[in-house]
Design a protein around this ligand. Structure first.
Ligand SMILES: NC(=O)c1ccc[n+]([C@@H]2O[C@H](COP(=O)([O-])OP(=O)(O)OC[C@H]3O[C@@H](n4cnc5c(N)ncnc54)[C@H](O)[C@@H]3O)[C@@H](O)[C@H]2O)c1
Length: 386
């Protein structure tokens, strides 16, 4: 497969994958609304089509014009907090627009899809042995109550179980005329695992992918990324979000004096230093993960769901230390109580990625801090150059 269409390719993770595709001589078309992406993140060799996945006719025209052999889909909203306040916005972009993309792929005869999924699908561990997370957890664990936290429906507060039911009812009402997209009781029980609407939308997407495999032969790989941080070691691209929410970027913003203090939520977790432990992964490692997943689809013509993580956990304090070493500056922090729903530890089991894709993460936490520091300190306003 040499011609790839990348949705959301002008965003943070997408642009790092596009860079790798171009290095590997793929012909790349990026379809991006530029709502959160930056055309400056794309090199000259990339063809950019500014379009929104909500506009099915336009997306179909783009497919007819370029005839991609495969799609890598990064386009989504991903702010967990916002998803709890505005679930319909997340339904529309992360579920309905994704179904639009699959419909267009079906019509155009495009048979391969790589999709950004997320560790947010896993929710909270039920027992210590659930960590590191294996992909099979979401197959074997069948809760009968949703783990979804309290959120808002039409602006009014709703408790988790009610929130979940309303979201599923909304899905069913939108697709009431499409029996093939109906959710079975078994599928609904899997959807009870995530804590957030964001995680739930991605869990629905994975189910929809399975349905499109069965009904249209679209073979796909869902890649469940863990916590992404770091920037292109070449220094040309990096994360450029107007309101960053990730720990490493916020620590760097504090070191740069852009925020007053870095908030640490929870110092009494049962971890090495009391702070939460997560699996951090560099976007250039994710990029090679996507390329190997493309090869896998071409060679095996088989759908998979695969974790992309390092398999190593780092605590909040370790991330801050890595930023301090990379920047040579002290990060000012303030301790706060735990946030509801934050697990103490979330780490990937990357065995399957090793077995199926022969992929392994290369970048360390220090590499992530060094590359991110280089990017943010040289480009404090992201792609808005002086
Ligand atoms: N960044 C992370 O830590 C992380 C972790 C796990 C999973 N993911 C997933 O990876 C993907 C990319 O994340 P990111 O951090 O690069 O986000 P991002 O916001 O930087 O990139 C998303 C891109 O998609 C585009 N887009 C969004 N909706 C669109 C639509 N309807 N039509 C066309 N373009 C649209 C945006 O303009 C943007 O360029 C997302 O699907 C996200 O859920 C990210």
């Amino acid at each position: 497969m040499r011609k790839i269409l990348v949705t959301g390719g002008a965003g943070y993770v997408g642009s790092h994958t596009v860079l790798e595709l171009i290095k590997d001589n793929f012909s790349v078309v990026v379809l991006d609304s530029l709502e959160a992406g930056h055309k400056e993140a794309l090199g000259e060799k990339v063809t950019l089509e500014v379009a929104n996945l909500s506009d099915k006719n336009r997306v179909l025209e783009i497919f007819q014009k370029h005839k991609p052999e495969a799609v890598i889909d990064f386009a989504a909203y991903l702010a967990v907090g916002e998803s709890m306040d505005n679930p319909i916005k997340y339904f529309e972009n992360n579920v309905a627009n994704f179904v639009n993309l699959l419909e267009v792929m079906e019509k155009s005869g495009c048979k391969y899809l790589i999709k950004s999924s997320t560790a947010a699908i896993y929710g909270n561990p039920t027992k210590d042995s659930d960590i590191p997370w294996k992909e099979s957890f979401t197959e074997s664990y069948k809760p009968n109550k949703s783990a979804l936290l309290e959120g808002k429906w039409n602006g009014a507060a709703v408790a988790g179980e009610d929130f979940f039911q309303r979201f599923i009812d909304h899905y069913n009402s939108i697709y009431s005329g499409r029996a093939e997209l109906r959710l079975s009781p078994d599928e609904i029980s899997k959807l009870r695992i995530p804590l957030s609407i964001y995680g739930l939308t991605k869990a629905i997407d994975e189910i929809v992918m399975k349905k499109y495999d069965e009904m249209s032969g679209i073979k796909s790989v869902a890649l469940r990324y863990f916590n992404v941080c770091g920037a292109d070691p070449g220094g040309k691209i990096g994360e450029a979000k107007p309101k960053p929410t990730t720990l490493m970027v916020l620590a760097i913003y504090q070191a740069l004096g852009k925020v007053l203090e870095l908030k640490i939520f929870g110092t009494d977790f049962p971890t090495i230093d009391g702070t939460g432990v997560r699996d951090y992964i560099h976007p250039s490692d994710l990029a090679t993960g996507h390329l190997t997943a493309l090869e896998y689809l071409e060679e095996n013509n088989r759908s998979e769901i695969i974790n992309l993580g390092t398999g190593h956990g780092s605590s909040v304090l370790e991330v801050i230390k890595a930023v301090e070493v990379a920047s040579g500056k002290k990060v000012q922090t303030k301790n706060y109580p735990r946030r509801s729903g934050d697990p103490s530890i979330s780490v990937a089991d990357p065995t399957l990625a090793g077995q199926l894709l022969n992929w392994q993460a290369k970048y360390t936490l220090s590499d992530m801090a060094e590359t991110a520091w280089k990017w943010h300190s040289e480009n404090p306003d992201g792609f808005l150059r002086k």
